[in-house]
Every structure is written in C-alpha cells, then in structure tokens.
Design a protein around this ligand. Structure first.
Ligand code: FPP
Length: 264
C-alpha cells in the first residue's frame, strides 16, 4: 500500500498494526460493497444530542469504510447518504445534512483525489441547490480518472427512481425511432441504470438493526448477499466491516444453480 493510502484518506492517524493485512484472499473479497448507513439519529439520541450530531459522527464511519476498502482492495463502495424520501424529514435536519455534505465536499475531495479515489454521485442531482450540485460535479470531474476505488455516494436516490429513469431513457430512444422495443433485454436495460459500468454489489450491509432495503439499489441488488448488524452507523469501524466480509466469504452463492454446480 502506498503511504498516502493510510491516514490521508481517513484523516484518522496511523494505521493500527496489521490493519493493512488482507483479511481474505483477493478472490474471496466482495468487489462491490453497498451500505445503508442507518442509526445516526439513535446514536445521537442515546447521548442526548440532536440528530444532526449523529450525522456528523457518521462521517468518521464513512472514512473508516473508505479506508477499509482501500486497504482490502475492494474496488467499489456505494453509500446511501440521502434517499429520495429523506427530503420529507424535518426542514432543520435536511438543512443540517445539506450543510454537512457541502462542508464534507470542501474538506475531503482533495484527500480523496490524492488517494486515487473516483467519486461519483448517483441520484436526482437536479433536486439540489446550485452550490451543492456544482461542488458534486466538480468533485466528479476532478476524480474521474482515478482507479484505486470508485466511491459512489447515493443522494436524492431511490431504487425506483433509478428504474424509472432507465425506462424514460429507453422510451425516448424508441419514440425517436432509435430503438426497436423488441431489442430491450436485461443487458440493455442494465446499461441505462446507474452504476452499470461496475460489477453489481456483492455485499449489501445495513447498520442500525432494521432488516430492509429501503428503496436502495433495487435493480442492482438482485444477487447481493444481505448482511445486517445492530451496530449504529457512527460506531462502525474496520472490525465490523471485517466481520461482514468474512461472513460474506463463508456463504455459498448459487445464482439460481445447485450446490453441485457452483462448488469448485
Ligand atoms: C440514516 O440514519 C442516515 C442518514 C439519512 C444520513 C447519512 C449521512 C451521513 C452518514 C453523513 C456523512 C455522509 C457523507 C457521504 C459525507 P438515521 O438518521 O435514519 O438514523 P436513525 O434510524 O437512528 O434515526
């Protein structure tokens, strides 16, 4: 690992001994991890603090997850930061989250870039005000050529939105006579969804104790392994992510086949 893969990405000080050691052979690690970062509000409530304090604390866990993927060679990480439904939260909480995203972008993008991380935002970016949208676009442009890790941040995102926007794009092509509807198959549809240039998530993690997908990557999660933990997002660290990956590697993924067919 190059020196700048350590503290710079995480801003978290020196790596503890052994943190760089692979936890699994490369072929057994997920190639793409998707995370619903739940539990910030409860983490804050447990400390008698406002929900926004939980979201701020959640940033440390975001850094830990990025650093974990870099160290362990996971090439893609997708984080659910703000759902299309989150707009309906109390106005003050939405405002605090927007400010937090804005500040996080200003503060972190240079570090992410230095560490070879490609940052992308998926979701209905038009829903954001210009200053935030422009910063997201700038971060994407700056880091577009990086290859150490692709970090997708889902904002104003919904799995149904993703499917509908793919339908709309295909319908437009059909209307303009550029596409015969009979040619629409899973592969073509997939190419119009977000993240189509990446392997689909192998491992879906949800923290905070609830066991549901909550309109995250509905199309892309078709064959993901689902892993749930009661740990609240701000308390997530490399040890929790290690547990998730070890359990992932111990599962038999059959993709509709039989055990005999998939066993080496
Ligand atoms: C869900 O917890 C979390 C969110 C809606 C926001 C996630 C945002 C962060 C972790 C901040 C940092 C992110 C980036 C990408 C800079 P919740 O509020 O639903 O918690 P609860 O279930 O305990 O109420």
């Amino acid at each position: 690992m190059s020196p700048h893969h350590t503290a710079a990405a995480a801003g978290a000080g020196d790596a503890p001994d052994g943190a760089d050691a692979p936890i699994l052979p490369a072929g057994q690690m997920p190639r793409h991890i998707a995370i619903v970062m739940d539990g910030n509000g409860r983490w804050a409530a447990g400390r008698g603090r406002p929900r926004s304090a939980g979201h701020r604390a959640g940033q440390k866990a975001v850094r830990a997850a990025i650093e974990f993927c870099l160290r362990q060679g996971v090439p893609a990480l997708t984080l659910f930061a703000f759902s299309s439904e989150n707009w309906r939260r109390p106005e003050g909480e939405v405002r605090a989250l927007m400010e937090l995203f804005l500040r996080a972008l200003d503060r972190e993008v240079r570090n992410l870039h230095k560490n070879g991380i490609r940052v992308r935002f998926i979701g209905d970016l038009d829903a954001f005000q210009a200053p935030l949208r422009e910063r997201m676009e700038r971060a994407q442009a700056l880091t577009a050529g990086n290859q150490a890790l692709t970090l997708n941040v889902a904002v104003s995102y919904g799995g149904r939105w993703d499917i509908v926007q793919a339908c709309r794009a295909l319908a437009r092509q059909a209307r303009d006579r550029d596409l015969d509807p009979e040619r629409i198959d899973e592969a073509l549809f997939d190419r119009h969804t977000t993240l189509s240039d990446l392997p689909p998530p192998d491992l879906f993690i949800r923290t905070g104790g609830d066991q549901r997908i909550s309109n995250f990557l509905l199309w892309q999660l078709a064959y993901a392994e689902l892993w749930f933990t009661p740990v609240l997002w701000p308390d997530v660290d490399a040890a929790v992510l290690t547990r998730a990956c070890l359990e992932f590697a111990a599962r038999e993924r059959r993709f509709g086949l039989t055990s005999e067919q998939v066993r080496p």
